[in-house]
Design a protein. Sequence first.
Length: 282
Amino acid sequence: MNKTKIDWCDMSWNPVTGCMHGCEYCYARGIANRFKDTDYLRGGLEFPGEINAGYYTMQYGCEVKGGIAKLYEINEPRTVDGKYKAYPFNFRPTLHRYRLNEPQKTKMPQNIFVCSMADLFGEWVPDEWIKTVFDATNKAPQHNYLYLTKNPERYFQLAEGDGAIVPDDGVSGWFGASACTEEQAQEAWENLNCTWISLEPLRGEFSEEFYIHDNRYTQTDERRWSWVVVGAETGNLKSKVIPERTWIEEIVRNCRDTKTPLFMKGSLADFWGEALIQEYPW
């Protein structure tokens, strides 16, 4: 668990790493590639410690050959010539069991972004991994845990029906979704288990309706989101989308109209041109 440069939280914690979404703008994949175990991936070395490898057949959006995602579980960190390999299997989904007790070691309450290097709620993640992470957070309840996913449909399972993935003693945290466009965010908007939204990288406008409840779901027109975070795409992709100021102005106006706390990431500074609005929920 580390202090982080992500400006809306204090620390990041990655008991699970790896992702199968394949977003072209993903910063995490590049980081994982820097700290992989090349020799292991080439088949040249055995991993010292238990590997509990499984497989998952992807239902959609799969980039891996044959639709099969390989999953890893490891009980101890990997080092090569004294250098720690934080992502030994590159960006393949991995549960790092030796990281599960890290929140307990920090007594001062923190805002912790859980799985900044993964999508904990990706369709390929076993229910048992999610339950294991929840159990670890329950052992360190002094912290505020924040989650983001591009698969908010899975939040429907959090405490509902036979497929519920919440432990018997419950779980606390802020469950959010990450979206670039309003079309991507529609599923999150309809899911009342999803309470906040990160619009990053911003790639289009969001209509006024996006910020309020639809009375088909809640019988009220109060604000939809407990928190909106917005940021621009970083990196040097040729296809990088430059946000228009009018998009940002519309977000600000709608957040003000619905009394929704708004947090602008530092990546917006050049496009906004004024003091950044950086509000937190109560």
